[in-house]
Design a protein around this ligand. Structure first.
Ligand SMILES: [Zn+2]
Length: 346
C-alpha cells in the first residue's frame, strides 16, 4: 500500500468516525466537532471578519527553551497523591498549600472569594505567580487544579485533567525564577473551580463552571489589568503519552498559528493540530473580552476519550516527554511573541 492509498483509507476512516459519532457536547470541555484538517500557514490567518491578517514572525534563532519533563512528572505524582481535590475538600486545601510551598520565593498574589454555585457556596482560591519582564505587557499562562466535583466520591484524581497542567506550571516557575526576562512579564495562574459542580446533564457546562477564571477576568477588567494582557495561554490535559494537541476554533486564529510555528521550530509539529475542535475551557472569559487566547488541550485521551473524567485518568497514561513537548512549545510561543514588533489585538 502506498502512502496516498493509506491517506485515502485514513480519510474514509475519519469520515466514518464523524458519521458514527457526529458532534458531541463535552465539558472542560464543551462542544466538540471532529474535522480532520491541518493548520493554516503560520504567517497568514483569516480573522472572523474575513480579512487576511499578515503576521511578521521573528527569525528562528537562539537555543530552544528548557523544560524538565521528569521533574514536571514528579509534580503530577505528588499532586495526585493527595487524592481527589474537589472544591471545598480537605485535599483541595492540601494542594493549595503544596502549590504555594513551591512558590515561596516568588511574587505571589492570592485571589480568594466565595462562589455561588447550584450546590451552594464554595471557597475559591486562584494563585498567581508573577515574573516581571522588560517589555510593557503581560502574558498569562493558566491551568486549573481542582478535580471534577460530581466525581468527588470516587477515586477520580485527574492526573491529566488538572494534574498535568498544574505540574507543568510549577516547572515553568522553576525555569523563570531568578532569571532576568527580556520580554513580556509572565504571570502563572493556578485557577480554581474550573470544573462543573453539577453534572452537565443537569446544568449546561458554561453556566456552572470556570468560577475562578471568570472572577479573575472580571477583576482584571475592572482594575485595568486586562488591557495589559497581550496573550492568554491555557494548559489543560497536556500529559497524555499519545499527545495530540487540538487546533481549537474558540482560540484566536493568529495566536494558534504562532503556536504551530513554535511547535514546528522545535520539531514537535506532529503533536499539534491533527484535529480541529471547538473547546469550551478556561480561556473563554478572556476570548469574550478580546484577549488573544490559545488553549493547549489534548481532548483525545484514550480511544474515544475513554479516560476523560473517569477513575482511569491516572499517571500511567501520561509521559514526561509530553509535558516537555507542551512546556517547551508554550515557552517557544512566548519567545516568538516577545520578539514580534507588535501583537495583533485579537
Ligand atoms: Zn475536567
Amino acid at each position: 500500500m502506498d502512502l496516498e492509498g493509506y491517506g485515502l483509507i485514513r480519510l474514509i476512516f475519519s469520515v466514518a468516525l464523524l458519521l458514527a459519532f457526529g458532534t458531541s457536547v463535552i465539558a472542560c470541555g464543551g462542544e466538540k466537532s471532529v474535522t480532520p484538517m491541518r493548520a493554516q500557514s503560520p504567517v497568514a490567518t483569516t480573522p472572523a471578519d474575513g480579512s487576511v491578517l499578515k503576521i511578521s514572525l521573528p527569525p528562528d534563532n537562539g537555543p530552544p527553551p528548557k523544560i524538565d519533563g521528569s521533574r514536571a512528572m514528579q509534580y503530577v505524582k505528588e499532586i495526585v497523591a493527595f487524592g481527589p481535590r474537589p472544591l471545598g475538600s480537605a485535599n483541595h486545601k492540601k494542594v493549595e498549600d503544596y502549590i504555594l510551598a513551591h512558590l515561596k520565593s516568588d511574587a505571589v498574589e492570592n485571589d480568594i472569594f466565595t462562589a455561588d454555585t447550584p450546590e451552594g457556596k464554595f471557597p475559591v482560591h486562584n494563585i498567581i505567580a508573577k515574573f516581571p519582564g522588560t517589555k510593557d505587557g503581560i502574558i498569562v499562562i493558566a491551568s486549573h487544579y481542582d478535580t471534577n466535583y460530581p466525581l468527588r466520591k470516587t477515586s477520580f484524581i485527574g492526573a491529566n485533567d488538572g494534574g498535568s497542567s498544574s505540574a507543568l506550571l510549577l516547572e515553568f516557575a522553576n525555569q523563570l525564577r531568578g532569571k532576568p526576562r527580556e520580554g513580556y512579564s509572565i504571570w502563572l495562574v493556578w485557577d480554581d473551580a474550573e470544573e462543573a459542580i453539577k453534572p452537565d446533564t443537569e446544568v449546561p457546562f458554561l453556566d456552572d463552571s470556570l468560577y475562578g477564571i471568570n472572577h479573575l477576568a472580571q477583576t482584571w477588567e475592572a482594575d485595568g489589568t486586562l488591557k495589559k494582557i497581550k496573550a492568554f495561554l491555557l494548559a489543560d490535559m497536556v500529559g497524555d503519552a499519545d499527545l495530540n494537541i487540538e487546533r481549537d476554533t474558540n482560540s484566536t486564529p493568529w495566536l494558534e498559528d504562532v503556536v504551530y510555528e513554535a511547535a514546528t521550530r522545535l520539531g514537535y509539529q506532529s503533536h499539534f493540530f491533527g484535529r480541529t475542535q471547538a473547546v469550551s475551557d478556561d480561556h473563554i472569559p478572556f476570548v469574550k473580552r478580546g484577549v488573544p487566547s490559545a488553549d493547549f488541550i489534548d481532548f483525545n485521551y484514550g480511544y474515544n476519550d475513554v479516560f476523560w473524567h473517569t477513575t482511569q485518568d491516572t499517571v500511567d497514561k501520561l509521559s514526561a516527554k509530553s509535558l516537555e513537548i507542551v512546556g517547551a512549545t508554550m515557552l517557544e510561543t512566548i519567545r516568538i511573541l516577545d520578539k514580534m514588533d507588535s501583537l495583533p489585538p485579537k
